[in-house]
Design a protein around this ligand. Structure first.
Ligand SMILES: [Zn+2]
Ligand SMILES: [Zn+2]
Length: 327
């Protein structure tokens, strides 16, 4: 099969190569990849901001696939499913036993600890694939599978209450999906982001206010979610909060947290929380909401041969829409 393979330290990031088609083991399904979304985490992996764990890796953790092997009664041949970042857990650590499988001590991460979906075929754990709602084609579902689900989890971690004022700091794929959920909750959404194309997208999607990355929203926010991998942005969000407000950091990697003034920024029971991974329940809940709200992401498609270009589009924030690879 054809695959885009990351050899850590090489340039460009990905080599388009022939690789053996994987064989499903018990408990796994083989998927023919129909589309695979490109996430900022893929870029962190390619740039070794997340430490390399394998000699070579097929990245990609927003996989829309068709069951092509290892079929079961629940997952018959040809059925369409999604795979996300959380590709498996041990099921018996303290976190798994306390409904926090996102924090599992021995997790499998798709396209990081195991091969992912920048390929014609991919393996997945049968109990970590999600049935997909009808009504959206493959390329438009792909960005829902991590950008959408973890963006949604971020709103949960920030404890957003309907009707609140919510700030989104950074406006890529994840934020452009979260805004739809917030609007359905009648929240006012304030967007602060770099990149003219992202500001235009936020305006087009109906944000109450849109500003540059160093502009402060005109009101105090109840909640904020930061999407940029920058500690400075977290402090910017924190400085925009009312007392008792929460900043949720939707980023698996931050450059660094600058020192900050506790008395001025955190005092008053403001909170900073990270958002780590996702649970299967987050996935099921978000996919149901996305279906109900008819969320239809803007996408830009790339062939597998152009997988490097798809990664660069995420890095440079040039596209108004989520990058999706179609093998
Ligand atoms: Zn992701
Ligand atoms: Zn566990």
């Amino acid at each position: 099969m054809k695959a885009a393979i990351l050899h850590p330290g090489q340039t460009p990031f990905l080599q388009i190569e022939e690789a053996p088609r994987p064989e499903p083991q018990p408990g796994q399904v083989l998927l023919r990849v129909l589309a695979c979304g490109v996430c900022r985490t893929d870029l962190h992996i390619a740039e070794a901001e997340l430490p390399p764990l394998r000699e070579q890796l097929i990245p990609g953790h927003q996989i829309v696939g068709e069951v092509a092997g290892g079929a079961t009664a629940e997952l018959p041949l040809g059925s369409r499913v999604g795979v996300s970042w959380i590709g498996g857990t041990d099921g018996d650590c303290w976190y798994c036993q306390h409904s926090m499988e996102n924090l599992c001590d021995h997790p499998t991460f798709t396209g990081y600890t195991v091969n992912g979906g920048y390929a014609e075929y991919a393996l997945a754990q049968a109990d970590f694939v999600f049935p997909l709602p009808e009504g959206l084609d493959n390329v438009h579902i792909a960005p829902l599978l991590c950008a959408g689900i973890i963006g949604f989890r971020s709103l949960r971690v920030a404890a957003v209450v309907p009707g609140e004022r919510v700030g989104l700091f950074g406006f890529g794929s994840s934020a452009s999906l979260a805004i739809k959920v917030l609007q359905s909750w009648k929240c006012d959404v304030y967007v602060s982001t770099r990149g003219e194309s992202h500001r235009q997208m936020a305006t087009a999607l109906g944000a109450t206010w849109v500003g540059k990355e160093d502009e402060v929203p005109p009101v105090q926010l109840d909640r904020a979610v930061t999407f940029a991998p920058s500690g400075k942005v977290v402090l910017h969000a924190l400085s925009s909060l009312r007392k008792g407000g929460v900043v949720a950091i939707n980023a698996i990697h931050l450059d660094q947290m600058p020192a900050f003034d506790y008395d001025k920024l955190l005092w008053g029971e403001r909170q900073i929380r990270s958002v780590a991974n996702m649970t299967r329940q987050d996935a099921r809940d978000f996919l149901a909401i996305a279906h109900q709200l008819k969320i239809h992401p803007q996408v830009v498609t790339f062939s597998l041969d152009n997988a490097n270009k798809a990664l660069l589009a995420v890095k440079e924030e040039t596209e108004r829409g989520s990058s999706v690879i179609v093998p």
